[in-house]
Design a protein around this ligand. Sequence first.
Ligand code: PLP
Length: 410
Amino acid sequence: MSDFIMAAQNGREIPKEDVIFGISRRANEMIAEVGDENVVNATIGALLDDDGDLMVLSSVDDTFMGLEPVEYAQYAPIGGTPAFRTAAIKAALRSYVPKGQVRAVATPGGTGSIRNTVSNYSCPGDQILTTDWFWGPYKTIAQELGRTLATFKLFDDKRKFNIEDFSKRVKEILANQDRLVIIINTPAQNPTGYSLTVEDWKGVSGFLADLPPEKRVALLVDTAYIDFAGDEDEYRKFLPILETLPANVLPIIAFSMSKTFTLYGLRCGAMICLAPDEAIADEFVRVCEFSARGTWSNSPKAGQSIIANIYADPDLLQRVSDERAEIRNMLLERGHAFEEEAAKVGLTILPYDAGFFASIPCDDPAAISAKLEKEGIFLVPLAKGLRVSVASISADKCRMLPAKIKAAME
Ligand code: PLP
């Protein structure tokens, strides 16, 4: 029975409170009671310093403070300002020069790119495919749009990317529908920290290249954490592989400025297609702008102006990159501290490469996280395990956690 009074449920599972925000609320209540030195809040998806304060790139902040009113108060064009679109492509691809037709459409964060890809490249009732360890809002977006989320196993029993299960699930779904949106979050996946290797990508593209040409696939690469994985060009080495795909498989990059420029609250991002020809690229702009008009209309202009101004000034761009490298190194140190300590105490974590999160597979994650909460340790229980945000806790806390989690699991 639905518990809705006036609202239409429309097949959606709508919790009373968002799980992660609920846990964060309880963590803050405990902090107020016992002090923050006695609480570990490893739930937050933002990079915080060791004292728990949000880290903001000062170069980006200075650029924001220097904006003229017209650069933020005026409407931006539906698909983004021309300077932003150019800058977004540079930020997403860096030194990679694509062979095909690249187009960018502004979106309010990477979330908007995911939403517009699902709405334009699948049909109501379709299944959308992603990994079994996935970012919860993929399911929310699918449900909002009358689609369902299907998953494939991210890892095989050798802890490698599970190309067999990926291929099997794609085939099964395409036996029942003509289109498929596939969402792969890499590098530094949320929630595992896994990054697909170039070999993994060759497997994915090799399989997709052999699909019947009448099937239409949108391969959405959610790169929300790409600039927090390691060397920024090294982690873009998979991009040329996307361009080997045939015309019935369209690679789309969901590029988020939330982490890359520490602009989480400004809602700035872009969806970028690597299309094989102009007709597919122009259609991409047309349909995505149409969807934008019917949802958020134009995306906020402030973030677009900030990014455009950064890319117009090579010295400023260098300052941003240098500052980002510094906070990235701090993050990577935390992640590796967690990984090392987990190995030492014998806590199995999923293959972790980099990024904001690491995950621990376990039975009954809800019970284990409830047990840990009593000790002042707040993690996010997922369907198949626990997620730890190494982005929001100090390296010392990262070292302290594995033994506590292991004990709670015993
Ligand atoms: N994709 C993943 C996996 C994320 O974790 C996030 C943010 O947490 C996003 C996309 C998009 O974030 P935003 O809409 O702030 O750009």
